[in-house]
Design a protein around this ligand. Sequence first.
Ligand code: PLP
Length: 689
Amino acid sequence: MTTEIYLDGNATSAVLPAAIDAALDIMGSRFGNPSSTHGAGLKAKAVLDQARACAVRLLGVGDGRLMFNSGATEGIQTSVLSALSALRERRLKGEAIGSLLIYGATEHKAVPESLAHWNHLLGLNLTLQKLPVDGDGAHDLATLRRLAGDAALVCTMAANNETGVVTDLAGIEAVLADTGSGAYWMVDCVQALGKLQLQLSSTRIDYAPFSGHKLYAPKGIGMLYVRAGAPFTPLIMGGGQESGQRSGTENMAGIAALGVVLAALERGDTFRGHAELCGFRARLADSLRAALPGVVFNHAFDKSLPTTLNFSVPGLSSRELMDVFDAAQVRVSAGSACSSAKAAPSYVLDAMGVPLWRSAGAIRMSFGPLADEATIAAACERIERCGAALRASCLIPSERTAVPHDGLLQLGVEGACSWMVLDAASRGCVVIDPLPDAVARIESYVRCQNYQVLAIVSTLPNAGRGMLIDALGRHFDRHAEADEYGWPAASQPLTLENGAVVGAIRIGAQTLAKLACGAGDELRAYLLGAADGDRLPAASVRFAFSARPAQQALRAVSVEQTLLCPTRDEHNQFCTSLTAQASTPLHADAHLDSAGLDAFLQAHPDAVLIDVREAYEFAATIAQDRAGRIAQSVPLSRLAEHASAWLRGKQAPLVFFCRSGNRSVKAAQCLRRLGHQHSYSLTGGLALS
Ligand code: PLP
């Protein structure tokens, strides 16, 4: 159960074991240069020739060209350069050429970027024209028909990398033929290799780039098909390798490995066929439907490769889904791999007219034709595990009431934050500064843990509580009287350290007191602590919630251990204190790597391991002990609550870790800033340990 399940086949694949053997053989024994005429060179050349012959047969290259190169990005450059150079020459000779460089709206970025680059560099100044797609991701053939007469080059991929949507190449070919278009035609075949039958020379396709690493060959090896008679200009000049079409000593290890993959495809005894792959997709889809209520698939299965599922889940961002899958060691990607880090909306789904929440929250799950029964079964189990983890954390609806969380919760939305004070024993809670974008989260949290919201207060007057009140329904008494900050009329008097008498409400054993501050008392701060009768001594104030300008007013009523919880947190500081130091980069000695961690834990038996990933990631995690020590789960959203206790305790060393090391650095920085000098971060996180 602890092994990784790799479901990101459209990004890249593992290398076929027989292909690894072939690459090792080339690097170890048959290492000759295929251009050398001695025996070692001839042996290498035989491997090269064999791989090419296999590709020629498999792809139906006919009398066209088939050259090896570094991958599809290079193949796309060569195709575009070849077509545009020919267009330029024709124009210089006075021939009429089309004015449009047409490319599908869902093409891989390599295509429009190359078109723009070479169009500029060659001084052609043709117009780049996106060809729209419909809701299923199919190219708009009516638009193509309208534009084809003025097209100089048309680029349409064979299958999409994000959705697996298969292009109607025959339909495009018919439009180009009907309209008598003289345009060159490039078809990016990267995702089609091994999944769609291709007989290239029997089509009108001029250029077809391929990439080895999408189908069990290593990275850095690819192929380019060029139709017989289509213009060709080498991208790389030099020693004349590949018949002068692509100079540079060949990547023989890559070619040998790709040759093995192509031979396996040709034999038909290694990879699974369409029907079996459709069966695997159906099982994964069923598991997703069962585990993630409301899941929506962003493409029609009957129009897509059987190896790709692209889906979105209401209420969940792609980051959250990625994180929970990664915790369960299921590797998927958010939208396209290139934009995963940014989690920007997918331009592919945008082009299909998919609503923004789905395009920004999309996950791609993809596998290759080597996928096996056991992996799919294990993936289905882990999908269920992820669903359970998300349900327990109230991120997706559940029939059962979840175990209630207790203490303080920070909900951040683009630099602003809402806070929730939760008392599990009494199931009472208070919401401070409810952000409109956090309403859905707060509501599902309250409902799924069956909390009663005692008050919804804000640090500014008339800050807008209506949306949350409407969403909460029976979990909040909307008729209870409150002032323009949401503070309940039914509050009790409480005396603070400076003698001021203020209003207070009880949340279980805790007391929340309001404090007017700011020049005209227009701002509110809220103090949280355990009252002593009708007094709240400064030393008992654990937390103070306020906008930054109001923090000075807290000096007279709190102590240096009181944690200040801000209404804005642009720099992920989580909380601060009146004596906190300025934020500085974490000192080098606070970074522990995986090897250093074991030594550190041995030297510090009292050290506490703290997993700062979200609770659903912790719950979905497969293996979670280190040197026999179980980590404590303290998501960053609950860091303030725990920081308060760590600062007041005996200050044992704290070792924070997360998935990749980003969040743990922030946690360690926060604790050091607050004065806990024994705070450390595991560099590289769980991914490297
Ligand atoms: N085209 C498509 C459809 C792809 O999926 C990719 C890879 O992500 C590329 C082109 C670029 O391929 P390579 O990594 O071989 O340069």
